[in-house]
Structures are given as C-alpha cells and as structure tokens.
Design a protein around this ligand. Structure first.
Ligand code: ADP
Ligand code: ZN
Length: 293
C-alpha cells in the first residue's frame, strides 16, 4: 500500500489540496472555491497530476456537513447558505474518482487533529481549535476523540451577551443575526465598521469589541468543555494584538473561579495561535486521511 496521503481543505473561499505524509513533505496547491463541479474537478485533477497512488484522502470541509456513516447523505455538505453548495456530495465525488478510503470531517475538526499530531495540541486529550475568518467555526477533541455527537459542534452560533448600547450592530448571520459568528466574523467586522478587518488600525475600538466577543465565547467553552488549551486561527487572528487582549479579558471574566495555573499563570500558553500556522487546515486533512486507514 502507498504511504502517501491526499488532503483537501475545502473552504468556502478557497480549496487547498496536498499530498504527502506530514509537515515536512507536503506538496500543495490552492484555488478559489467557485461552483461545486468546477472546484471538485480541480481537486481531482491535482491528485491525478501527481501520478502517485494514495493510501487515503482526507477532507476537512466547511459546513454544515453530514459525517454520520449510516446516513443516506453521509459525506454531503448539507445546509450551507453558500450559493450552489447545499446538498453537494463531496465524499461521493472523490470516492468515485479515486476508489480509496476517504476521511471526512469539519475543517476545524481536521485542523484540530493536525494540531494534535504535529502542532500546538500535542499530548493533550481535550482542547478546542477555533477559526475566526469568513465564518467562525470550532472543533476539537474531548478525552482523545474528535467532537461529533448529534451532528458536529457549531460553537459559533450560540448567543453571547450583546450590549446594544456599546454595539448597536444587528449581526450578519443569516440564521441568527447576532450570534457569535454574526457579531465577530471577518464579514461582521467589515459590515459594522465599513472597512475590512485587515485595514482597521490597532487603536480602533473594533479590536477591543472583537476581543470582548471572543473572550465571552471562550469563557463559555472553558466552562462547558474544560479544554486544556484553546487554539485560535483564521484570518482575523492575523491581528496578533488580539491575543493579549483576549487573554486578559478571559482572566477577568473567569474572575479566579477556574482554579488552574494554566489560566491564572500560564495563559500565554493556554490561548495560542496554531502551531502549524496557516497550514493547520490542510495538514489536518492529511491527518484525517491517516486516521481512516
Ligand atoms: P476563510 O475563513 O475564508 O478560510 P480567512 O481565515 O483568511 O479565510 O479569513 C478571512 C477573513 O479574515 C476576512 O474577513 C478578512 O477581512 C479577515 N482578515 C484577513 N487578514 C486579516 C488581518 N491581517 N487582520 C485582520 N483580519 C484579517
Ligand atoms: Zn448563527
């Protein structure tokens, strides 16, 4: 059997495809997410061009997706508001093209698995990986297993306290308005402040508000899941100043109640960027492939 794996990070904005075994030997390509037919065909063409046999392919996908093996729509992207992409049989298309085992999970569960194998979550058994970009998504492991459950976590669609005196913005989530994603995704920042997040200066009040929402969400995750670490990735977290602001506010919100030195003394090591940087997603897809065989 081949010892090479394929990985597809299926994002709402771009796809990243790679072949390899881990961080040291990855060959990758990236292209924009257009129509399902065109985009999936580009992914298939990439793997064919490599002319290597693959042991398995892993797909970490934007969602919501169906990851229940006994479901008739297993492997589908299900209810996404992204035009054209609802009810797309992603796993079916890749399986028919290559006839190898296909590992399938959310992009963030994939990234969490990659971080567990090679990145910032090595040797941990319970942690969260959160991406804050075009959307917000969360995944992770609990007691050593990827979080699945009823569907899969949708950590960014819960409500947070929304002080409309401080922030009158209604939010952008098409399902919930001012849920966490609706208030704090990149597009939410852009709509609220009328400029893209990367163009907002660091002394702009946007950042304190963004840190506030992220800290509120992390407080909930800490109280519910008791994660040993929280990894924050995605385009918005490229604003590195957010990290100290979030850490400080998480400590303030918890107010000494969770009695762990990880939070009280070592929070710089508790709320961290991905160890794999921007490659967390695609390496996560490789890790999903390795997990299926
Ligand atoms: P996606 O979520 O589509 O995979 P990203 O994780 O790159 O893509 O997130 C894109 C979002 O991140 C956009 O809303 C963009 O405005 C924002 N963003 C990109 N770069 C930065 C930056 N340096 N600082 C703050 N926000 C950024
Ligand atoms: Zn929502």
């Amino acid at each position: 059997m081949s010892n090479l794996y394929g990985g597809i990070e299926a994002g709402g904005t771009k796809f990243v495809c790679a072949i390899g075994t881990g961080p040291d030997d990855l060959r990758e390509t990236r292209f924009p997410t257009t129509t399902p037919g065109e985009t999936i065909n580009r992914a298939i063409a990439f793997f064919r061009e490599q002319q290597q046999s693959l042991a398995a392919i892993g797909i970490g996908s934007f969602g919501p997706i169906d990851i229940h093996a006994d479901s008739p729509t297993y492997g589908f992207i299900t209810t996404t508001p992204k035009p054209g992409w609802a009810n797309v049989d992603l796993v079916g298309e890749i399986t028919r093209a290559f006839n190898v085992p296909v590992g399938f999970d959310t992009d963030v569960n994939g990234a969490a698995l990659g971080e567990h194998r090679w990145g910032a979550a090595q040797r941990l058994d319970t942690f969260i990986y959160l991406t804050i970009g075009t959307g917000i998504g969360g995944g992770g492991l609990a007691s050593g297993k990827l979080l699945h459950g009823l569907i899969h976590p949708e950590m960014a669609h819960g409500y947070l306290p929304h002080d409309r005196a401080r922030d009158p913005f209604d939010g952008v989530c098409p399902f919930h308005g001012d849920c966490f994603e609706g208030l704090a995704s990149g597009p939410a920042m852009e709509k609220r402040w009328q400029q893209r997040a990367e163009n907002l200066p660091i002394d702009h009040p946007a950042w304190a508000l963004e840190a506030h929402y992220i800290a509120l969400a992390l407080m909930n995750y800490i109280c519910i899941l008791s994660p040993q670490r929280i990894i924050l990735g995605g385009g918005v977290m490229e604003q590195a100043e957010l990290f100290p602001m979030i850490r400080r506010e998480v400590q303030q919100l918890l107010n000494g109640y969770i009695h762990s030195p990880e939070i009280l003394e070592r929070i710089d090591n508790y709320i961290v960027p991905p160890g794999l940087g921007k490659r967390a997603g695609v390496l996560g897809a490789i890790a999903l492939a390795q997990a299926i065989v």
